[in-house]
Ligand binder design. Sequence first.
Ligand SMILES: [Zn+2]
Length: 68
Amino acid sequence: MTENEPQKYARSKEIYQRIRCMRCTHRIDLEKDQKEAYCPACGLGWVITWVTPDIPMVLRRIMPNIPK
Ligand SMILES: [Zn+2]
C-alpha cells in the first residue's frame, strides 16, 4: 500500500500565493482570499487586497494596537 503524499509540505495549509513584506522583503505565504498576513521575519501585519483572484497585493499596513 503506497500513498503518493508529498513530504515537504504540511497538509494543514495550502499555500496559494506569496507576497513580499514591504519592510524587509521577506516572502509571506498566503492562502486563497486571505485578507491579512503577518511577516514571519519582522512581525509587521499587512492588509491584502486581491487585484484578480490570482494576484494579491499589499494594500496597507495593519497598525498594531498600542496600549495607552
Ligand atoms: Zn517583514
